[in-house]
Design a protein around this ligand. Structure first.
Ligand code: FAD
Length: 449
């Protein structure tokens, strides 16, 4: 009887230990493997068009690599997976373990409904969330010691890509249509992800530490998207990094942040919605029409602060935003506009192609000062000096804010200083950063009283 490999956030054949486990079980019985993907309405409803389009393309690429045999079925996973298992008479269903709250709940429901084992092998991380603890046996609260333990623990070598897999021929509903989107998406699929990684490793990674904070220079890997869908596994990257002839510590450390956030969410599933710490009194937050107007201006990239607006427009154009700018726009929403981080995080989840509940929510909590190892609440990013420092010639702003295209050099970060020369179609700042910073700090001090 064929064994099922149920693909979720592991849309690849290489370095996929769960798939390998399914293939080995099938081979031992001289049988086939059913490559299954479930289009669960719960998942489909919660993701924005850019993510769904990318996912549909990634599924098409996966279908090609399994010889057109990908079995796509629509419906709640807790019904579909047991139904397919019964239909083909599978002895087991193999998966890469889900570690975030929704995936864990879903898998428990599937496991409960199945008559055969749900076999979890590996996770989307180099070290499974929850595996590392402090010497006292408690979860890590702080990143640096977590990273130390993570490096000490290490990870296994990449798993081999299974060859000549006998994929079963089972009815498929087909890959869903792509929703309409104007977002300019990168090529999807395992092969495109490997190509991107190989090029980046050879040509750009050596300069990562110097360039990673410069949104104008585009010096980062853009691998967050393939990592989110599991088109690449971080273990593959870490194995290649170990062979690199230059210093890779900064890049490896960013991968460690990804693992840290997943670990925090594993221990605190509620952090997907609730602040891990309360830092300001409830009445600090904007509400009603004022909050709505501020949020709308922020989301549309019309705050009058060019570095913030460039980021918000990059998000809408690419479904991706540079990390430095993510921090600045998030700080602006929470500390200048006094809008709760959850609202900004939801907007990001709608637009980001790499939108990932652990990375997104925990990074928002980091910026908002409410996370486990967060930036202190009193660190308020200054949208002008951040722009001047990390986009020194204003190239990034001019690329994304066409109204400012004719403003030369770094003057583009403060168009209100241009007087009569200021472009008419670009808004004045909707708030005064200095004044709002003071409000945020006063709120913080009230919260500590
Ligand atoms: P690179 O600089 O090339 O880094 C390499 C890899 O390291 C990334 O692909 C990513 O997997 C990891 N990484 C880098 N920075 C971080 C970080 N701060 N936290 C965790 N992992 C990191 N990342 C997501 O993958 N999904 C999200 O939904 C997400 N939301 C974010 C929201 C906010 C408010 C902020 C401040 C950051 C968010 N990040 C998120 C983290 C980070 O911005 C992106 O991972 C990064 O910009 C992706 O670009 P890159 O692949 O070129 O990164």
């Amino acid at each position: 009887m064929p064994t099922i490999h149920w693909f979720r956030r592991d849309l690849r054949l290489a370095d996929n230990p769960a798939l390998l486990a399914a293939v080995e079980q099938a081979r031992a019985a001289d049988d086939e493997v059913v490559p299954l993907f479930v289009v669960d309405p719960a998942l489909w409803r919660s993701a924005g068009a850019p993510r769904l389009t990318y996912l549909a393309r990634s599924l098409r690429a996966l279908d090609e690599s399994v010889g057109g045999r990908l079995v796509v079925r629509h419906g709640p996973a807790s019904q579909v997976v047991p139904a397919v298992a019964t239909e083909v008479g599978a002895p087991a269903v193999h998966v890469t373990a889900a570690t975030e709250p929704y995936g864990r709940r879903r898998d428990e429901a599937v496991e409960h409904a199945l008559d055969v084992p749900l076999v979890r092998t590996g996770s989307p991380y180099a070290v499974a969330p929850g595996r590392l603890t402090t010497q006292g046996g408690t979860p890590f609260q702080v990143f640096t010691p977590f990273r130390g333990a993570w490096l000490d623990h290490g990870w296994s070598a990449p798993a081999r890509r299974p060859q000549r897999v006998p994929w079963a021929d089972v009815r498929s509903d087909g890959v869903p249509d792509e929703p309409a989107t104007d977002v300019d998406l990168p090529a999807a699929g395992e092969r495109a992800a490997h190509a991107r990684w190989t090029t980046y490793l050879q040509d750009e990674l050596a300069e990562y530490a110097d360039l990673r904070n410069r949104p104008d220079l585009d010096g980062t890997s853009r691998l967050s998207i393939p990592l989110k869908y599991g088109e690449l596994h971080p273990r593959t990257l870490l194995a290649d990094l170990a062979q690199a002839p230059f210093d890779v510590a900064t890049f490896r450390s960013e991968l460690a942040w990804r693992e840290f956030h997943a670990d925090v969410l594993w221990h605190h599933p509620g952090a997907a919605q609730q602040s891990l710490r309360t830092v300001v009194p409830e009445d600090s937050w904007a509400s009603g029409d004022a909050a709505d107007a501020a949020f709308e201006a922020w989301a549309a990239g019309r705050t009058g602060y060019p570095f913030v607006d460039a980021g918000m427009r990059q998000l809408r154009a690419l479904g991706w935003m540079h990390n430095r700018v993510r921090m600045v726009v998030a700080s602006f929403l929470v500390k200048d506009l006094h809008v709760r981080w959850q609202r900004g995080a939801a907007h990001f989840m709608e637009w980001l192609v790499d939108g990932d509940i652990s990375q997104n929510q925990l990074n928002w909590q980091w910026v908002a000062g409410t996370g486990r190892d967060a930036a202190p609440y009193f660190r308020v990013f200054n949208p002008v000096t951040q722009g001047e420092k990390f986009d020194p010639d204003g190239t990034y702003v001019r690329r994304w804010v066409p109204e400012l295209r004719d403003v030369p050099g770094r003057a583009v970060h403060q168009p209100w200083k241009l007087g009569l020369e200021a472009p008419e179609d670009y808004p004045d700042p909707i708030v005064d950063h200095g004044a709002e910073r003071k409000v945020a700090l006063d709120d913080f001090h009230r919260g500590r009283d």
